[in-house]
Design a protein around this ligand. Structure first.
Ligand code: ZN
Length: 227
């Protein structure tokens, strides 16, 4: 070991370099937050975007000085301090201003209302319907007709309000065996469910488009109660 402990901790630390580190950390942290926010809320389950940004920001600062001998430990410490100050500042802003909270974390999204999907292509970009199917199946929902309201929370979890068993109506089946497109010519009995938005219609004339979402894939609706 050629270096003294002082060099390992502080080597080359000049005021302008230290200011630069604070500035770099600030920029990188905001960049990470922005990228996470743009990439959509799904895929970051349980952790809020903010926490992920901190983990990413600190992770590299903590790891790099461990094996890169040209990085003095004081630089990493400075990154930590800057991130923690930012964290304090932003949590204070979030608690104080609702708009900051919405900007950072997004808002809860109503995905099902009265047994049909409430989201269409128009009002969401970060929403994956197949993932949502899986979320509902996880809480033993067999079809949308069992759901009065479902809300996608900002942390990626799903809150589901079910209908009482006697109020369950016809809905789009969510399990693969029944979620199958039917040909318009087939002589099958309805009601039918739009495979995209869960809209229910009684009869299925040839090539009908869904009045709600303008798609044209239909499956047979079911109204099974809970087991
Ligand atoms: Zn539809």
């Amino acid at each position: 070991m050629d270096k003294s402990l002082y060099e390992i901790l502080f080597d080359g630390a000049s005021p302008s370099l230290l200011t630069e580190i604070v500035l770099r950390t600030l920029i990188m942290f905001l960049l990470i937050l922005a990228i996470l926010r743009i990439s959509g809320r799904r895929g970051v389950r349980q952790l809020t975007l903010f926490e992920v940004a901190i983990i990413l920001g600190l992770g590299s600062a903590a790891g790099d000085p461990m094996f890169q001998d040209d990085i003095p430990i004081f630089h990493a410490l400075l990154v930590f301090l800057t991130v923690i100050l930012l964290y304090k500042l932003i949590t204070w802003l979030v608690a104080r201003f609702d708009t900051v909270n919405k900007l950072l974390e997004g808002e809860p999204l109503v995905v099902v209302r009265d047994g049909e999907f409430a989201v269409t292509d128009n009002n969401t970009s970060s929403f994956n319907k197949m993932e949502f199917f899986s979320e509902l199946r996880n809480v033993s929902i067999e079809h949308l007709g069992q759901v009065r309201m479902a809300v996608l929370e900002t942390d990626g979890t799903m809150s589901v309000l079910k209908y009482k068993n006697e109020d369950v109506k016809y809905g789009l089946p969510l399990f693969p065996d029944l979620y199958k497109e039917i040909a318009p010519t087939e002589n099958v009995k309805g009601p039918f469910a739009c495979m995209f938005c869960g809209n229910i219609i009684e009869f299925l004339p040839h090539n009908i488009v869904c009045p709600k979402c303008k798609k044209d894939r239909w499956t047979i609706a079911i109204n099974t109660p809970y087991p």
